[in-house]
Ligand binder design. Sequence first.
Ligand code: NDP
Length: 255
Amino acid sequence: MPILDRFSLKNKVSMVTGGNRGIGRAIVQGLAEAGSAIVIVGRDAEKSAVAVEEIRKLGVDAIALEADMAKRDEIESATQAALKHFGQIDVLVNNAGIGFHANALTLPDEEWERLFSINLEGVWKASQIVGRHMVERKQGSIINIGSISGEIINRPQWHSPYGISKAAVHHLTRSLAAEWASSNVRVNAIAPGYVRTEIASTEYEDYRHYWKDEVPMARYGKPEEIAPIALLLASEASSFVTGSVIVVDGGYTLW
Ligand code: NDP
């Protein structure tokens, strides 16, 4: 097969959690441009509807489904609705996530539990629910959006629950990759550095020295710079890649 054809997602269906804005929205755009039908899963129905309209203009089918990734029954219902509409899910991008700065001495349990229910348990539950379908079909690619915060300790801000959740996502990735490799289901992760979105907003301009100026490439990443890596992992172009965590950070973790 010619090499560029191996990146094609024609006749594939991709489900992207948190696909209505930020990195998830850029990934949705990239996968749709490669020919994939799209399922956007998120809580903000209005934003998801706008994204779906834009994606349909590319000539692929797209639907939006409402689900809170912290709730198993909602993930289950969204998966069933996606399968009813498309009959298959080939690619799952576990992108939905939250982050906040936190002092380890004072963080209330409720905040820790809220973050883990989305960033880690949401990824686990969606992988399990969609993974059952993929393992049965003996076909699928799961892409988890981790973070450099799962590899290093960021500075100057403290956000240990976020980093711990992303480190766990990286290990979840390796664990499921090993368990499902014989079923032809690949599981990989992308670990972005600082990418300009609502999570890493301008609110933190005081940290610019550490987040941007000190980075070898001396700039923030753009959501559209994460999308091609997701396409690589979603497509046959990465048919021998599983259990990998690909760092996309402009060199941040080099120093
Ligand atoms: P945004 O805040 O811009 O977008 C987050 C997305 O997640 C939204 O679409 C939101 O949709 C969805 N979401 C959040 N909570 C839930 C939930 N409980 N259920 C369903 N959907 C939810 O973030 P980014 O695009 O910046 O981040 C995307 C991913 O990338 C996250 O996992 C983040 O940790 C990771 N990341 C980001 C970096 C950055 O610098 N931006 C760096 C490294 C990793 P809705 O509001 O509709 O629920």
